[in-house]
Design a protein around this ligand. Structure first.
Ligand SMILES: C[S@@+](CC[C@H](N)C(=O)[O-])C[C@H]1O[C@@H](n2cnc3c(N)ncnc32)[C@H](O)[C@@H]1O
Length: 251
């Protein structure tokens, strides 16, 4: 692996994962069930031709339905939390699971490394892009720039708020609409103070799917699902050398 290769650093106390996340996932299992059902239905409709999948930020797979990992001939997980890796590897459907050390989210060229290192894979960003600031510009621009020719999907926080949504059912919207319009579907007639996670639409054209996630206490996140189909390879704007990415695995 070249010295410049961005490498994942183990963490157990990160705000976007770590021990707190494991505790929440266990204690909030009931409250998260409807959100996890929405994720399962998004993944069910996401049928791709690629036989290899890279999951970015799977944690222990709390949100991934049983059997999902078995849909692919090969699965790579990029996950900095060592406890999450241990738990994920113990799943019954993790028979072809491997871990990789690439950190594709920390540097502006991280997604280019991702594309080059896994030339035949589809990518699933698993509730991570709304938790980590883009290392340059925004995630929409980076995805368009580095993964235009690839198949990827993401579910990610769009906003967070302390206001309880009046409508909690997941829904799908076929055409892009404004953030205000989408928020009004879940918080109709409510005055809202939100933290914007700068991921709305992720540069996609739709359809877009949404589900509220009661992450902890009074705090709610609105999570969006976006799927992107590979375009003509000629539209890929950046490439790293073909031999730049020897495979490596975490233990
Ligand atoms: C909000 S959790 C989502 C976990 C899981 N996908 C789910 O839906 O329950 C975000 C995950 O991203 C992981 N993460 C944080 N930084 C990362 C990075 N640079 N690359 C890959 N994963 C990362 C965290 O360890 C954590 O497991």
């Amino acid at each position: 692996m070249p010295a410049s290769f961005p490498r994942l650093r183990d963490h157990l106390l990160d705000p976007s994962g770590g021990l707190v996340y494991h505790l929440r996932a266990r204690l909030q299992r009931g409250r998260w069930a409807a959100f996890h059902a929405a994720v399962a239905s998004w993944l069910d409709t996401w049928q791709v031709v690629e036989q290899e999948l890279v999951i970015v930020g799977p944690n222990a797979g709390y949100a991934l339905p049983d059997g999902f990992l078995g849909r692919f001939d090969g699965i790579f997980a990029l996950e900095p939390d060592p406890l999450a890796r241990r738990l994920l590897a113990r799943r019954r459907d993790a028979t072809t699971l491997r871990f990789d050390r690439l950190d594709c989210l920390r540097t502006p060229d991280g997604l280019a490394w991702l594309a080059a290192r896994f030339p035949h894979a589809a990518f699933l960003f698993s509730n991570v892009l709304g938790q980590i600031s883009a290392p340059a510009g925004d995630w929409s621009t980076l995805l368009r720039h580095h993964l235009a020719g690839r198949t990827w999907a993401s579910y990610h926080d769009v906003i967070s708020t302390l206001a309880t949504p009046g409508c909690r059912d997941a829904l799908t919207i076929m055409e892009a609409e404004s953030l205000e319009t989408t928020l009004a579907r879940f918080w109709p007639g409510q005055a809202l103070t939100v933290t914007d996670h700068a991921t709305f639409h992720l540069g996609g054209t739709g359809p877009f799917a949404y589900a509220p996630w009661p992450i902890a206490g009074a705090r709610w996140h609105l999570v969006e699902w976006v799927a992107h189909r590979a375009q003509d390879q000629a539209q890929v704007l950046t490439r790293l050398p073909d031999d730049a990415c020897p495979s490596a695995t975490l233990r």
